[in-house]
Design a binder for this molecule. Sequence first.
Ligand SMILES: [Zn+2]
Length: 342
Amino acid sequence: MNYNYKPKELTLCTHCILPETFPGISFDEQGVCKYCRQEEKKIIHLDEKKEEYRKKLDSLIDGTRNKAPVYDVILAYSGGKDSSYTLKLLREKYDLRILAITLDNHFVSPAAFKNIKNVTDHLGVDTYSVRPPWPVISEMFTLTAKADVFSKTTLLRASSVCTACIGIVKNLILKTALEMSVPLVAFGWSPGQAPIQSAIMKTNPGMAQQAQEALLNSFPESIRKKIIPYYVPKTYFEIYRERFPQNIHPLAFFDYDEKNIIKELGQIGWMEPKDTDTNSSNCLMNAFANHCHIERHGFHPYVWEIANMVRQGVMEREEGIHKIYSDQNIQMINFAKERLGI
Ligand SMILES: [Zn+2]
C-alpha cells in the first residue's frame, strides 16, 4: 500500500467514509458499514444529548469559576483551529481564567506559533510552551515512525507518532493542574475525535495512573526514562488525590462548523496556516506520521475521526473524502524524514 491510496481503488462506506481496509469493517446491501449502523440510534438523540451537556458544563463552571488560587482551567493548546476555538469559547462565553500550555514538539509550525501569540494576546490569556530537548523528541518520533508500539485499539484512532506525542500532552497538562490546583483541564477534541459521553468527566486517579503506566510501558526503557519527567509522578496519585480535575472537551457538544470556526477565529487574529497538511493546522510531523500509518495499516489514522464527523452531519462527505484520500504532501513527508534522519 502506498500513500496514493484513493477512493476509486477502494470500497468506501456509502454513508461515512470508512474504507474496506479498516479493521473489522463489513458492509450491508446498501453499502453502509457496520459502524454507521451501530451509531444510528445514538445519532438520532445527539441534539438532545448536546443540549444536556451544555447545561452540564454551565453548572460545572458556575461551581468552579474563581474558586481556585490562580487559574480555573488549563487548556492543551496546539495553536490549531480546534484548540484555538475552544480557547475562545472558554474565554468569551465562560469568562474563565485560563492557562494555555503548548507542547513544543520541535514540529510546531511557525504559523501555529504566530497564531498562539495572536490569539492569546487578543483573548488576554497566559500561555507557555514546554520544549523537551531534541534528543528526547527525535528518539521518540524515530521509534514510533518506524514501529507500532501501542495497542491495536489505539492505532485505529491515531498514528503511533501522534499517540506518543499526545501521551506527553495529556500527562503534562494533568501534572500541571495537580501542582497548581486547577479544577478543570480542557482539550479541543473535534466532535469526531472523542465521544460526547466522555466530554465532561472527572479524572479518576486510579484510572489515570493505569492509563499512564500502560502508555509508558509501551516504550523501550531508554525512551521511557527520557519522557517520564513529563508524566505525572507516582506520588501525585496519592498526595493530590482530592485535586484531580474535571476533564472537558466542549467541541463535542457545541455547534461545529469548520468554515464558521475559521471565520470566527479570523476575528481574533488566527490565520489558516499554509504550511501544514489537510488534517492538521499546526504540526509539521503530521504528514509523515500519516504516511507511515497508511503504509503499515492500509488506512488513514484520521479516518475514524472524519468518518464520525460525516456521520454526525458536521462535515460534508465530499469534504471528508478530500481530507482523507488526498495525497500526503511529499515535501512535508520528506521534511520530517530528513529532520529525523530516517
Ligand atoms: Zn459508515
